[in-house]
Design a protein around this ligand. Structure first.
Ligand code: RB5
Length: 149
């Protein structure tokens, strides 16, 4: 299952992403928002990050104006590696190298065509499993162990 959420700056693109995912056979859980109106992006990043961290969701997608606030908030949850991507090279590389489990991007940054390519690239690319990347991810986990209570 793919967990998806947005804030008020990205409702249109979030709905387009969900339609695209469903058309391509993905199971999706829509964590909002569901209607226009200003909200605070951490309130929507958190449930998606928790769904991914708990294993309820396989991956997450977070969209706000820039993707930045959503990515910062999601990365406060232990076990989350949320990657802000505005291009397909980054989406590919962050899966292969960082084993990113949440993708973030901004409706005010990328158009819908590029957004769908970024989503497809992120979801189709596997982690390489190379020891050098595993080691670096273990070092990220060690930082979490040091600072997360
Ligand atoms: C909302 O105006 C905007 O700040 C938000 O969508 C996001 O871009 C924050 O990082």
């Amino acid at each position: 299952m793919i967990a998806v959420a947005c804030d008020h700056a990205a409702l249109k693109l979030k709905n387009e992403v969900i339609k695209h995912l469903k058309e391509n056979g993905y199971e999706v859980e829509d964590f909002g928002i569901h209607e226009e109106g200003a909200v605070d992006y951490p309130d929507y990043a958190l449930p998606v990050a928790e769904a991914v961290a708990s294993g309820k969701a396989d991956k997450g997608i977070l969209i706000c104006g820039t993707g930045i606030g959503m990515s910062i908030a999601a990365n406060k949850v232990k076990g989350i590696r949320c990657a802000l991507c505005s291009d397909t090279f980054s989406a590919h590389a962050t899966r292969e190298h960082n084993d990113a489990n949440i993708l973030a991007f901004g409706e005010r940054v990328v158009g819908p065509g590029l957004a769908m390519d970024i989503v497809d690239t992120f979801l189709k690319t596997e982690f390489s499993g190379a020891e050098r990347h595993e080691k670096r991810i273990r070092k990220i986990s060690a930082i979490e162990d040091k600072y997360f209570k």
